[in-house]
Design a protein around this ligand. Structure first.
Ligand code: S3P
Length: 450
């Protein structure tokens, strides 16, 4: 389909100014883990301010199918919802009759595969067309080594995944070939059913929410630097205790507003109670390196995850170089960073971004096509991306046009923010995918321009 054939799903018009305070949806990664750990533990756990996005609701649905009660307390507000989880404990789960539906969510599928590898029952994990195209060999290999039986379509590479779990697994040493918090978490969650010490070596320390949350629930997990890399160790066979969790605002959702606020010529935005965990905050620091004026005001919290109010205002952005390590740390925010680079002076080079091709869509192809349609000078060479910024040009040279999101929430939101900065009308072929991680994104978009 050529770009002129794109049906107009959502039209975004430029914003004369951007002002306002926002409370973002609960962090998606933390909500998944809080729900899963609450489901494993016996008793009641509250997950407060969690994400009401479609992905986290997929995790809740999978847990319900296994015999866990997940109840919403009150109605959702701004993509945040409080939930009460009641579980008989994992040993009281029942074998589900049907297929477990992870929807669009790689985190649901890969983390639950780890849990189910250590649960003695037969299960099948499946998802939508996008998820059926995402790699699973990376979890099947270590989970098999731990003693579970897993199979997947297309020579064990693609979902659906069938799992015959065992109550007792072997502890392993795992060296992740790709930096992936989902793989690390799958191994650690399976390790709860293993005897001995589990080790996961990572070339780059990926988001450590699983480690923090397991520790808070009584499991001995440590992360330490080792040989220029990162080593996570966990004492297997531990019991996870029920615990309430306060979920911070999602920094990956905040990224869209940080880019909008820094790039727009007349912007002042404040984002409340955003998670600033050192293993997740790379987007804030990379934008800082690009010259973004972001002020951080810490918010006291009793929880394990640090939070801050972030204020961002109109800035002069400049291009920077990102290496593979930066990509691993800001993996979900690269599309938004590409837009920031388009509004900067100079060139931004992003190296080693191949994992972006394995997300909800091929995000390298999607971002290059979409931003090119909007007038950006962007190109990809294999796994590298180069963007020539147009800081000096009117509207950064962005001119509204039809763009395709490939049903990918992060692309949809990046192009919508581009539409606020562009001249003329930007029309997205759909906007519904935003609800995967950020229900209410388009109402926030209208509110911020007011
Ligand atoms: C996530 C890890 C990342 C990220 C995804 C959420 C998590 O995936 O892209 O959105 O919650 O662990 P990978 O582990 O595949 O890099």
């Amino acid at each position: 389909m050529s770009t002129s054939d794109v049906p107009a799903g959502v039209v975004v018009r430029p914003a004369a100014r951007l002002r306002g305070r926002l409370r973002l949806p609960g962090d998606k990664s933390i909500t998944h883990r809080a729900l899963i750990l609450a489901g494993i533990a016996e008793g009641e756990s509250r997950v407060m301010g969690g994400s009401d996005g479609l992905d986290c609701n997929s995790t809740a649905g999978v847990l319900r199918a296994l015999g866990v009660t997940v109840e919403r307390l009150g109605s959702a507000e701004g993509g945040r919802v409080d939930r009460l989880v009641r579980s008989p404990g994992r040993s009281g789960w029942h074998e589900p009759v049907g297929v477990l539906d992870a929807g669009n969510s790689g985190t649901t599928l890969r983390l639950m595969a780890g849990v189910l590898a250590g649960t003695p029952m037969y299960t099948v994990l499946d998802g939508d067309a996008s998820l059926r195209g995402r790699p699973v060999a990376r979890i099947i290999e270590p989970l098999r080594r731990m003693g579970a039986t897993l199979h997947a379509r297309s020579a064990d590479t693609l979902p659906p995944v069938t799992i015959v779990g065992r109550a007792s697994l072997a502890a392993i040493v795992h060296r992740s070939l790709v930096p992936s918090a989902q793989v690390k978490s799958a191994v650690l969650l399976a390790g709860l059913s293993a005897e001995g010490m589990i080790q996961v070596h990572e070339a780059v320390s990926t988001r450590d929410h699983t480690e923090r949350m397991l520790r808070a629930r009584g499991v001995a997990v440590r992360g330490v630097p080792a040989d220029g890399a990162w080593l996570v160790t966990m004492e297997g066979g531990a019991t996870v205790q029920a615990l309430d969790e306060q979920v911070p605002g999602d920094v990956s959702a905040a990224a869209f507003w940080l880019v909008a606020g820094a790039a727009h010529r007349d912007a002042e935005l404040t984002l409340e109670s955003v998670g600033v965990n050192p293993t997740r905050r790379a987007v804030i620091d990379l934008l800082g390196r690009m010259g973004a004026r972001i002020l951080e005001d810490p918010v006291p919290t009793a929880g394990a995850e640090p939070m801050a109010n972030l204020s961002v205002s109109t800035s002069d952005l400049r291009g920077i170089d990102l290496e593979a390590e930066d990509v691993a740390r800001a993996i979900d925010e690269i599309p938004a960073l590409c837009l920031a680079a388009a509004c900067a002076s100079g060139t931004t080079r992003i190296r080693g971004a191949g994992e972006l091709r394995r997300k909800e869509s091929d995000r390298i192809a999607g971002i290059v096509d979409g931003l090119t349609a909007l007038g950006v000078r962007i190109s990809a060479d294999g796994d590298d991306i180069e963007i020539t910024g147009a800081a000096g040009r009117r509207s950064f040279g962005l001119v509204g046009a039809p763009v395709r999101t490939h049903d990918d929430h992060r692309l949809a939101m990046t192009f919508a923010i581009a539409g606020l900065l562009a001249e003329g009308e930007t029309s997205l072929d759909e906007g519904a995918s935003a609800a995967v991680s950020y229900p209410g994104f388009f109402s926030d978009l209208e509110r911020m321009r007011a």
